[in-house]
Design a protein around this ligand. Structure first.
Ligand SMILES: O=C(O)CCC(=O)C(=O)O
Ligand SMILES: [Fe+2]
Length: 366
């Protein structure tokens, strides 16, 4: 018996290769089932037992090839670290715009798009949807804060070329009215950085490589953090309504996201169904991003997601983005092509890839 095709709509998004579209079902948004966004315990991610580490890697592989999203539990990040950054973030954002203005990204010496505070509705990550109603505060990798880096003078020249620091200590020099913010965010970032490195090793294993295959590529990773602050939207959730952050994919390898208990994150599954990724206390959400999709020849999905916070309450999330050192590049991995299959992507540096993505969000980009 022939099945009637389900009504669909085209969803347009920007990408590093220009606008792309996805076919989405016209069915209403619904909560994700555990089989769609699984819960993975990573307690064995650094276990001395290879079998135990492999078991984690296999679950990650399955999630990457299903919908590209999973909840991560037993991750070892102390709850008091995320709680302190959450509270400090709220204290920062709840102040009037004039108090946040000194930390406006536009005032950064070198990182006018990627470090500091962005006011609400000034970004539109998806040109086909409303402006992003979120405010954000972002910071990016600085080896002076990386516990795995000894002396900053030892950072190799080819890495250092892509790392520039504002001489006045921006943005932290402009957030002194919330004195706890710097320490709370940096401590959380440091802990998640360690976890991110462990995850890359697990992902190497999951791709049939040696665990240390990527080690040289993340000595000084493109590890950024964004605190997102979402006032409640007026119009409710669903197609055609305002977005807190528009439909997009993340740029680099993967994102580790902490979310509060409000909810609002939506994930587009492989069939084109929008799913709510409801908060599960104590977990982080992990999603794969564009660079990972490229090097795996589309084996691992860079999943489209967005946020609509229509809860009537404010929401805060912290996104930790993880990528290789910006000067690094990686082509499609041999373990991701079957005999006779073509490599779909050229090798491109992480710097160039993130630049292309940023350019699609801003008229100019660093
Ligand atoms: O706040 C969220 O749940 C997601 C944020 C996000 O997608 C991002 O910052 O890239
Ligand atoms: Fe995202």
């Amino acid at each position: 018996m022939a099945t009637t095709p389900q009504p669909t709509t085209q969803l347009w998004l920007s990408s590093g290769n220009g606008p792309i579209s996805r076919t989405i079902l016209n069915t209403p948004l619904r909560d994700a089932q555990p089989s769609e966004i699984p819960l993975i315990s990573v307690s064995d991610i650094t276990s001395p037992s290879l079998a135990a580490r492999t078991a984690v890697a296999q679950q990650i592989r399955r999630a990457a090839m299903t919908n590209g999203f999973f909840y991560m539990t037993d991750h070892g990040i102390p709850a008091d670290l995320t709680a302190a950054a959450h509270m400090a973030g709220l204290a920062f954002f709840r102040r009037p715009a004039a108090a946040k203005e000194p930390a406006n990204t536009a005032r950064s010496q070198y990182h006018k798009y990627t470090i500091g505070w962005k006011p609400a509705a000034t970004l539109r990550i998806n040109p086909f949807e409303s402006a992003d109603m979120r405010e954000s505060f972002a910071w990016r990798y600085d080896p002076r804060y990386d516990p795995a880096v000894g002396a900053v003078e030892d950072v190799p020249a080819e890495v250092a070329r892509n790392l520039r620091f504002d001489e006045d200590g921006f943005p932290w020099s402009k957030t002194r009215d919330v004195p706890e913010l710097e320490e709370a965010v940096v401590k959380c970032w440091q802990a998640v950085l360690g976890l991110g490195r462990a995850l890359v090793r697990s992902m190497a294993l999951s791709l049939g490589l040696e665990e240390d295959a990527f080690d040289a590529k993340f000595t000084h990773p493109d590890a950024a953090v964004a605190l997102n602050y979402y006032p409640s939207l007026e119009g409710g959730e669903g197609e055609g309504r305002d977005v807190s952050i528009g439909s997009h994919t993340d740029f680099q390898l993967f994102t580790i996201l902490w979310q509060d208990e409000v909810g609002g994150l939506q994930v587009l599954d492989r069939e084109g169904q929008w799913l709510r990724a409801k908060p599960i206390p104590g977990t982080f959400v992990v999603n794969f991003a564009d660079y990972m999709q490229r090097i795996t020849n589309d084996r691992y999905l860079s999943t489209v997601h967005r946020v609509q916070n229509a809860s009537g309450k404010e929401r805060l999330s912290m996104a930790f983005f993880f990528g290789f050192n910006l000067n690094e590049s990686c082509g499609v991995l041999d373990t991701c092509v079957e005999p006779g299959e073509e490599k779909k992507y050229d090798e491109i540096s992480c710097q160039e890839w993130t630049r292309r993505r940023l350019r699609a969000m801003h008229t100019k980009a660093e």
